[in-house]
Ligand binder design. Structure first.
Ligand code: ZN
Ligand code: ZN
Length: 99
């Protein structure tokens, strides 16, 4: 993935994340005020097996880009992307330049 592509991708992710946070707050506020929302069922995927990156720890997440399952140490939970798709070095550079 080209750097520019990665940056765009991360920006999109962050935007989405913020929106989700906002929705959560809104939901909580509505619950507090007794406003019933239609139950939305979030299908949470059960991830089983070893991390496909380090092959040592149990996987807990699935990369939204490559689809591999990864443990916490091999995954950018904020982005939903594994560290094989975005390396720590790339992430460090991105953070320095864009955040
Ligand atoms: Zn791992
Ligand atoms: Zn990946």
């Amino acid at each position: 993935m080209e750097d520019e592509e990665i940056i765009e991708f991360i920006k999109e992710r962050i935007k989405k994340q913020r929106l989700e946070d906002m929705n959560k707050e809104l939901r909580e506020w509505m619950e507090e005020h007794g406003i019933k929302l239609q139950e939305e069922k979030e299908e949470e995927e059960k991830i089983e097996g070893k991390c496909e990156i380090c092959e040592i720890r149990d996987a807990k997440y699935r990369c939204i880009r490559c689809g591999k399952i990864a443990c916490m140490a091999c995954f950018w939970t904020m982005l939903g992307i594994c560290k094989e798709c975005i390396t720590e070095k790339q992430m460090k550079e991105l953070k320095e330049h864009y955040f």
